[in-house]
Design a protein around this ligand. Sequence first.
Ligand code: GLV
Ligand code: MN
Ligand code: MN
Length: 410
Amino acid sequence: MTVKSCIDAAMLHARLAALARIGAIEGGGCARLALTDEDKAGRDLVVGWMRELGLEVTIDSIGNVFGLRRGKEAGPPVMTGSHIDTVRTGGRYDGNYGVLAGLEVCRALDAGGIVTRHPLCVAFFTNEEGARFQPDMMGSLVHAGGLTLQEGWAATDTAGVRLGDELVRIGYRGPAAPGTIRPRAYVELHIEQGPVLEEAGVTIGVVTGVQGISWHEFVVTGVSAHAGTTPMRLRHDAGYVAAASAAFVRQLVDEMGGAQVGTVGVCELRPNLINVIANHARFSVDLRNTDEQLLQAAERRVFAFIEETAAAEGVAVSRRRLARFEPVEFDPAIIDRVGRIAQAQGRSTMRLPSGAGHDAQMMARLCPAGMIFVPSAKGLSHNVAEYTAPADLEAGAAVLLDVLLELAEE
Ligand code: GLV
Ligand code: MN
Ligand code: MN
């Protein structure tokens, strides 16, 4: 069997397009924040496809969905998957591609009359994005035992809505206990979401690991006063502390260089009026590095700056940790396997770490795990203009097919 030819690119593209119509937003992107009505509609569509493919669907109580394809032998499956939630201004490939490529692998195996030795499982995990509820990668984290079900259910969005209530509302608080399905191996296919593969002219990224992630929220409480009459020496300006902190994050990251990145993606002022000094600021700091020691050093410098600046301004500041994950290295044998199989298919490859967080980093706590990347045009992701060329999508799916097939036959 020439496995490559088994991938039906038209089918993969049609499913990607159909899923992208749910929560479609201007510019070709998607808004399917975790556990919204749009997420539910996307889930229903994908679960329907799983059932059409004869997969046995299991939903656990954090809302993770698993589609099992039986093997000749019972026992732990080889798992693939990703997520179908998006950020509010997301693209159509992030996460969705990996899940739908997993379904396409199952369809291709059916078409080839192949029953693998071990079962295969295609999963999508709840709230990978973390854009509505934190931490990110929540479903896979709960699955891996890194967060309790109760902690996951208790997460609230900015309107105070509980994740556990939303799961019930959309009908996805399933009966299975999280972590029940423990795979033999986990391999996730994803778009790169950065510029490395495109700039190198390489089709397949062999992912070595995922960088460490630090998410914190700061709330600054100052005093509102008149913007024209209040002398600078009498101000307690929450907005100033937020702005100075955002500028410091950028300055620090530029100074550190290397793999360090930093982002202030949320900054909310109250009362948010031109002539009123802000008495409230809420802002986020996202720091990432492949080196845990350097990430900790960046955290210390940012925390110290914010505390010192707040003290000098005479405002109160509180810090809340939203997510914190150390860098993860993927299984060397899976990394080698992905590279070997991609090269055997005649594809150009390079090894690289992931800049984004992924469910695979949580699954790596449970079993040998790895990832396959395909290029992202202009390195854009978390943007409606996110794009990967059809030929690259097909190439990634073909590599995934052979990797899963090999793992499932061993
Ligand atoms: C998840 O997509 C993240 O890396 O922020
Ligand atoms: Mn993703
Ligand atoms: Mn994402």
